[in-house]
Design a protein around this ligand. Sequence first.
Ligand SMILES: [Mn+2]
Length: 337
Amino acid sequence: MPIDWQPLIEIVHAAQRFVITSHVRPDGDALGSELGLAGILTGLGKSVRIINPSATPDHLSFLDPEGTILKIKEDVSIEQACETDVHIVVDTSAWQQINSVRKVLEQTSARKVVIDHHVSSDDMGATEFKDTTAAATGVLIAEFASALGVTLTARQAQALFCATATDTGWFRFPNADARTYRTVAALIDAGAQPSLLYRELYERSSLERLKLHSVVLSRVDLACDNRLAHTYVERKDFAETGAHPTDTEDLVNVALAINGLDAAFILVEQIDGRVKASLRSRSELNVAAIAENFGGGGHKQAAGAMLHGPIPEARQKLLSLFAAAMNTPAEDSSAEE
Ligand SMILES: [Mn+2]
């Protein structure tokens, strides 16, 4: 069912001040959707602030060269963030994904709106514009813009192209459907420049990042009748290679490229000792359901969760769940139990 945007069009026309928020550790879809939407609203003469629970990661800061995106409690207080007519949450509808911005949403008297494409969902007391069949929130924002009847600027189009391209792994995941391609074709017509964006996103690797990848890929192991690949990153790997924590992005997809796999996961040890798991599927296997065992979530084919450490224990828990879901023995589980 396509979204009926009419209620949001009315909300937008009736209000003057807007706050836009997205999830912790914002990705290309979160930031691209926020910046695209902010540009559209600003173009309508609205006053707009983007207020996020996390800082913009370095590798995506090119999207916001003026540094307009604010971080809650650092650049703006909870009270200041509450002063708005409408508060729009994009690319998530889970409380645990917005950290301390939750306080704002609980205290503000503003109208609350969610624009999202995730399955996992909390009741935020918001008017929801949700379509879990959309490849990216960026697709939804582009469709909203066209329902509004606004013409996108090149810069807005570039932000929304980034949103859509990153959530589809540059159009190689199965969520990249005809609607996705129609959306980005229209964005190119509006001035988006994919080749420049690709270079900014994927061709700025450092030697340190390459060295981290080599370490992590050398550890890839198979389980579940060779249908599952898994690997891990320890805190010390960053010190030893000089790489940044964000340099682990997309590594799980490299592992998933092994022939014959149904799924892959990577475990990344955090500063506090917990272990962040990124799960990917390229079969019918629903990895969001596995992530939900640990309070995580996401999509059927791409999900994440935070587990207790250390890494071997987190791995064992995941291997058991994958083995059960895939109806296979979990290979290395017998040795350790
Ligand atoms: Mn998304």
